[in-house]
Unconditional design. Structure first.
Length: 133
């Protein structure tokens, strides 16, 4: 995926808002274990102040980067935006992934009630059928 992202970034026209690729760039960095790069991108995005007006996938990825970096306050802030945006935008994957990160943050912080609340909120969006069906 990184090779395709690099190709996209190298051929993207100047007028294109490259922020559209940032959620995928953050997630690929996290998936490759490069939390430092994901965190750097998350901080750059946060510094713009645009999370509340960008698509939910961006705040979801930013929140995940802060989660994996162990920065609970920053993660909570970004994930609160992600949950709100994903609800309004009806972006169910972003909503679920935001709640997963929220549950991880709270579990890591020892707040079992909040982790349970995030997991419980996630449950209604889970498929009704079991994997065996």
């Amino acid at each position: 995926a990184q090779a395709w992202l690099d190709t996209f970034l190298s051929v993207a026209p100047e007028w294109l808002d490259l922020m559209v690729a940032t959620p995928l760039r953050i997630n690929v960095a996290i998936g490759c274990g490069d939390v430092a790069t994901a965190l750097e991108m998350a901080r750059e995005v946060t510094a713009t102040g645009e999370l509340p007006v960008r698509p939910a996938e961006l705040s979801t990825a930013v929140g995940a980067a802060y989660t994996w970096a162990g920065l609970a306050p920053e993660a909570r802030d970004a994930l609160a935006v992600a949950v709100a945006r994903s609800t309004v935008e009806q972006r169910f994957t972003a909503h679920t992934m935001s709640l997963v990160s929220m549950a991880i943050v709270e579990l890591e912080e020892g707040n079992l009630a909040a982790a349970h609340a995030a997991a419980t909120e996630m449950a209604p969006s889970a498929p009704a059928s079991s994997p065996a069906e």
